[in-house]
Write a protein of this length. Sequence first.
Length: 269
Amino acid sequence: MCFIACLTTFFRSKHARVYLSISLSLIFLSACADTRARSICADTTGTVVDARFDTEAYGTLSASVYLPPCYDQTDAHYPVLYLLHGGGASRYSWFTLGAGTVSDTLIGNAELAPMIIVSPTVKHDWDGQQYADTLVQTIVPAIDTDFRTRADRTQRGIAGMSAGGSKAAFIGLLYPDTFGAVGIYSGPVLTYGATKVETLLSADPMPALYLDVGESDGFLPQHVALHELLIARDIEHIHQVRPGAHIPSFWANALDTYLRWFNAVFTDQ
């Protein structure tokens, strides 16, 4: 009886109420921590979704948009890389080459910070100004509105293969306030389009530049000429010449390198 009386007295005391409050709080926090642990996203595969844009110049344009693993399970914002296809190709071409699967692997190995990849339909009209304006004034704002992007030039890059590489160079240098990094892969960079890239080398701020071309590519001389122009104007850049020709496997084999470079540029800003 004394034990029961003492126990009853204890639970009626101020100390008991404090003890009980602390105990219940610890139980609650433990339950929350367990819930968070169970809710951590374990997805290792990103998704590719369609996006459509109403444009004044071309009507409806489409894009394939890669969203990194766990995009839907977080509220994080991501850097964005725009990948432009070449002539005769399509918005699916970069993903056919493996842009999504390579990203998944690098992200899963903690070698790449998650990023959004946008591959829009490219209009390879000779006057590059109209498509450049459409991409920057219509498509980029729509992507920033519809997806959780880091809407800043330091977190936005553009690259392309073949004619898409020339487009990327032209757009990136024409709109340096929109793009902070430009990848030019095997492009006819000095002869494609009515406005030549060399006239845009006074861009300010100058985007980071990465040139990549094959030893057996017919456009190698143009890449070398651009490389020499950049050296003459004291513009920092990477100029890479690798074994290979103007074929899809050349770009597919370097996808991890391309993505790592953009990741490094985004991270360094």
